[in-house]
Design a protein around this ligand. Structure first.
Ligand SMILES: [Zn+2]
Length: 244
C-alpha cells in the first residue's frame, strides 16, 4: 500500500554502500522506519538530506510483512536553521527525538505527539528559556505516551495532597505527609511544583509556555522528571546528560 504523510526525522543510519535507513515520527502513522535507496549515491534523488529533526513530506510503500518500508519520496519542509546553529538548542532537539523514540511504539499513530514535537521545535528556534521548554515537553510527552506520574492525589491513601508531599520515584507519584513510607527513592515536592505540572498537563502549548516557573519549581522539576524518566523507562536517555 502506498502512503503519503509528513514526518520528523528521529534517526538515520547507513545501509550498505549507497542507501540509508531512517526512522520518522509521522503525522498520520506514528513512528515508522524506511529505506531510502540510493540516497548516498545520488544526493538529488530525494528532495531532502534527511537530517535529524527536519520535517519532510513522505511517500512510502508500506510492507505488511516487515517493519522496514520503502521510501520513494522525501522532500524537506522544515530544516530549523536556528536550532542547528546553537549547541544548546541542538542538544534539546536531540533529547526530544530520543525521548519520543523511547516512549512511542512503532506504527502507533498519535497526532497529538506529532503536534507537540512541531510546537517544541518551533519554540526551540527562538525561545531563551530552553530548560523550561524541555520540562514542558517532558510533562506533556509523559501524559500522551501513558507514562504520566500520579500527581493528582497521594498514591497510597488517594486523598488530595494538602500540604507537604514527597514524590516517590518507585511509586511514580505523590505520597502525602500522613502516609508512612519505607522507600528511599523519594524527594520533597512543593505544592507550587505540583500545580505547575498540572497546569502544563491541562494547557495547550502556548499557554504552557507562558507559565512562570520559580527557582524551586525548576530545581524540583529537573530532579523529578529526569529521575522519573530514568526509573520508568527501560532505556536511559543518553542525550539527557548533555542538558544543563
Ligand atoms: Zn497518603
Amino acid at each position: 500500500m502506498i502512503r503519503s504523510t509528513e514526518g520528523i526525522v528521529l534517526k538515520t543510519f547507513d545501509l550498505r554502500e549507497t542507501s540509508r535507513i531512517a526512522s520518522f515520527f509521522t503525522k498520520d502513522c506514528g513512528k515508522i522506519k524506511g529505506v531510502l535507496k540510493g540516497i548516498r549515491a545520488d544526493s538529488r534523488k530525494f528532495g531532502s538530506s534527511v537530517d535529524r529533526f527536519s520535517v519532510n513530506g513522505l511517500v512510502y510503500y508500506e510492507y505488511r510483512r516487515s517493519d522496514l518500508h520503502l521510501i520513494s519520496q522525501c522532500d524537506l519542509k522544515q530544516f530549523y536553521f536556528s536550532i542547528r546553529k546553537d549547541y544548546k538548542r541542538n542538544v534539546a532537539a536531540n533529547y526530544m527525538l530520543e525521548l519520543v523514540d523511547t516512549v512511542m511504539p512503532l506504527e502507533h499513530a498519535n497526532k497529538k505527539v506529532y503536534r507537540l514535537m512541531l510546537d517544541y521545535l518551533g519554540s526551540l528556534e527562538t525561545v531563551e528559556d530552553i530548560d523550561k521548554l524541555v520540562h514542558i515537553f517532558q510533562i506533556k510527552i509523559l501524559l500522551l505516551s501513558g507514562f504520566r506520574p500520579h500527581i493528582d492525589a497521594c498514591v497510597k491513601c488517594h486523598k488530595k495532597v494538602e500540604n507537604k508531599a514527597r514524590f516517590s520515584l518507585r511509586a511514580g507519584g505523590l505520597i502525602c505527609s500522613q502516609c508512612p513510607t519505607s522507600e528511599t527513592h523519594f524527594t520533597a515536592i512543593s505544592r507550587g511544583t505540583i500545580a505547575s505540572m498540572l497546569h502544563i498537563e491541562q494547557s495547550d502549548w502556548a499557554k504552557s509556555s507562558r507559565l512562570g516557573l520559580t527557582n524551586t519549581a525548576r530545581k524540583e522539576l529537573k530532579y523529578i522528571l529526569n529521575n522519573f524518566l530514568v526509573y520508568h523507562l527501560e532505556k536511559k536517555i543518553r542525550s539527557a546528560r548533555y542538558l544543563s
